[in-house]
Design a protein around this ligand. Structure first.
Ligand code: ATP
Ligand code: MG
Length: 308
């Protein structure tokens, strides 16, 4: 089973209006809700391809129930841990008259020590865990080493653990040796503590990460595609230019594609191919929408894989 972890998911409420006017009533033209979260999006992409996945994380309050219900309706299986705090709601206002989009983001609930522990215990009990994908930021109340603890639970279950996070959390968590990390160029720069520009710079930085004991670095590079780096092998995957509608969820889609192909025992080239096609298909899709299976399959034969 492929488990994904989203510790700080959000209910995204998108409101379409004509114009924001101070001190007047503004009518909502259209309102939609979406279960948002990086791990959740990884699960969505895996499910789109018929893979078996369960989204884990914390939910609380009515908005948490709504998020869970939206996922059930979308066919994404989840097994959230309930907390006393309330799941956050992000408000996205689309102003038709200007075309502007305003995103009002909430920080999310604080979790207690017992909620930290109950999540860890829950993970340990998941004996059918083959993959564990840990994505995004930590909730308030959790220390950076919480991801270390989660990686440990994955390893105790003999799972392939992929970590996608940034900054201090990434720096501290990789000490617990996830199997794979998926940084973008900026996240990798912050991890090694210097600016990375050329491909040679990026590859040197990947090698430094391998020296710390990380087996696989899946480095995403926006429109430049991805580099799949192992100690003794580097592959570059690129797609032809695509029309960009929204980059939201591109990294998560790439992770979904990579992990799904890996879980099916496909070659590293084919894992990278699916990662590239899934990311690019999502970029072509508007708003929070991810690429569809049809879009991804159309892109697959166009992905170019080069051995470096
Ligand atoms: N403009 C683009 N054209 C084609 N493919 C793209 C483009 N942007 C992203 N992709 C694909 O999606 C993958 C992931 O995108 P990106 O590198 O932006 O991830 P990210 O920075 O982790 O994004 P996020 O975390 O915001 O989802 C890229 O490696 C690439 O394969
Ligand atoms: Mg990312």
């Amino acid at each position: 089973m492929i488990y994904t972890v989203t510790l700080n998911p959000a209910l995204d409420r998108t409101i379409e209006i004509d114009k924001l006017v101070c001190e007047d009533t503004i009518r909502i033209i259209k309102e939609t809700f979406y279960a948002g979260g990086k791990g959740i999006d990884v699960s969505r992409m895996i499910k789109e391809f018929g893979g078996r996945t369960v989204a884990l994380g914390y939910i609380g309050g009515f908005d948490g129930l709504k998020l869970e219900g939206l996922l059930i309706n979308a066919g994404v299986v989840s097994d959230f841990t309930r907390i006393a705090g309330e799941t956050r709601t992000n408000i996205i206002i689309i102003e038709n008259s200007s075309g502007c989009e305003y995103v009002v983001s909430a920080s999310g609930p604080e979790i207690s020590a017992s909620e930290v522990s109950s999540f860890y215990q829950h993970l340990l009990g998941l004996r059918d865990m083959d993959y564990l994908v840990v994505s995004g930021s930590l909730p308030r109340g959790a220390t950076p080493n919480f991801y270390g603890q989660i990686i440990l639970a994955g390893k105790k279950n003999k799972a392939f653990v992929l970590l996608d996070t940034d900054g201090k959390t990434l720096r501290e968590s990789i000490e617990y040796l996830p199997t794979c990390i998926k940084p973008n160029r900026f996240e990798l720069s912050r991890l090694v503590g210097r600016d990375l520009q050329s491909e040679a710079d990026l590859i040197r930085a990947c090698d430094e990460v391998h020296e710390k004991g990380i087996e696989i670095v899946l480095l995403s590079r926006g429109k430049e595609g991805l580099i799949l780096s192992l100690r003794d092998r580097k592959l570059r995957g690129t797609t032809p230019p695509v029309e960009v509608a929204s980059t939201v969820g591109a990294g998560d889609s790439s992770i979904g594609g990579f992990i799904l192909a890996h879980s099916r025992g496909e070659s590293l080239e084919d894992c990278l191919r699916l990662a590239c096609a899934a990311g690019a298909a999502t970029v072509m899709s508007p708003g929070t929408e991810l690429g569809s299976r049809g879009q991804v399959e159309k892109l697959l034969p166009l992905v170019e894989i080069t051995e470096l």
